[in-house]
Design a protein around this ligand. Sequence first.
Ligand code: PGA
Length: 237
Amino acid sequence: MLIANWKMHGTRAKVRAYAYAVNAALASSPAGLKVVFCPPALYLESAELSLPLNTQLALGAQNCHAQAEGAFTGEMSAAMLAEIGVEYVILGHSERRTLQGETDQLVFEKAQAVAAQGLIPVVCIGESAEEYAANKTADILAKQLQSFKQSPVTKLIIAYEPIWAIGTGKTPNSTEIAAAHGQIKSLLGSATPVLYGGSVKPANIAEILAIDGVDGALIGGASLEVESMRAMIAAVK
Ligand code: PGA
C-alpha cells in the first residue's frame, strides 16, 4: 500500500488530473498494490468523481472528528467522509499532534469513530529527534499504542513516521525500521499492516519496502507530482 498524503497542497484541477493519471499508472502495476490518495478534504469529492469504480486507487482523508455530530465549527465527521466515498482516514499525524495538540487518547477516539463507520484508520506514530537521540523510540511507540493494544480497533493500519524523518530527507536505517515495525506487530498482532513514512521518495522506496515488516509507505512531499508517484508505483514491482 502506498498512501499519498498531500497535506495542504494542490488545486481542484490538479487533484482531478492526478487521480486520473495515478489510476492509469496502476493499470500495469501488481494487482495487490493499493494506492490511497489523500488530497485536502475540500477536494475529496472532486477526486471521487474523476475516479472510475473498482480500481486499486482509493480515497483517504487527512483527519476527522471523534464525535458523530454536534457544535464543532470547522470539523467533519467520519460519516460525512464515508458518504462521499472515502475509505481511509489518516489520524494523529505528527503535524496535527504538534500543531493542533492531538493526544494519544484523542487519536484513539478518532480511530474508534472512523472504524464505527466502516472506514479504515491509518494511525501515525513516531518519536521526535530528541527521543530518538535518547534511544527512547520503543518506549514512545509503546505509549502511543497503549489504548490500541488494550481495545483493538478493527482493520487498523499503523504508519511508523519518525518525526525527525518527515520532510527532512533523513530516514532511519533498515535495522531501525525493522525493529520499530517488529515491535508494532508484536504489540498489535502480526496481521496489522504497518507502513513506513518520512522522506520516502523514488530513490529509496524499493529499499524501504524490502525491509522486514514494512507493508507499504506513507508519502508526503514526493507524492505531489504524478511523475514521482509513477516512479514509486513502478518501484513496487
Ligand atoms: P514526507 O512526509 O514524505 O514529505 O517526509 C511524510 C508524512 O508527513 O507523512
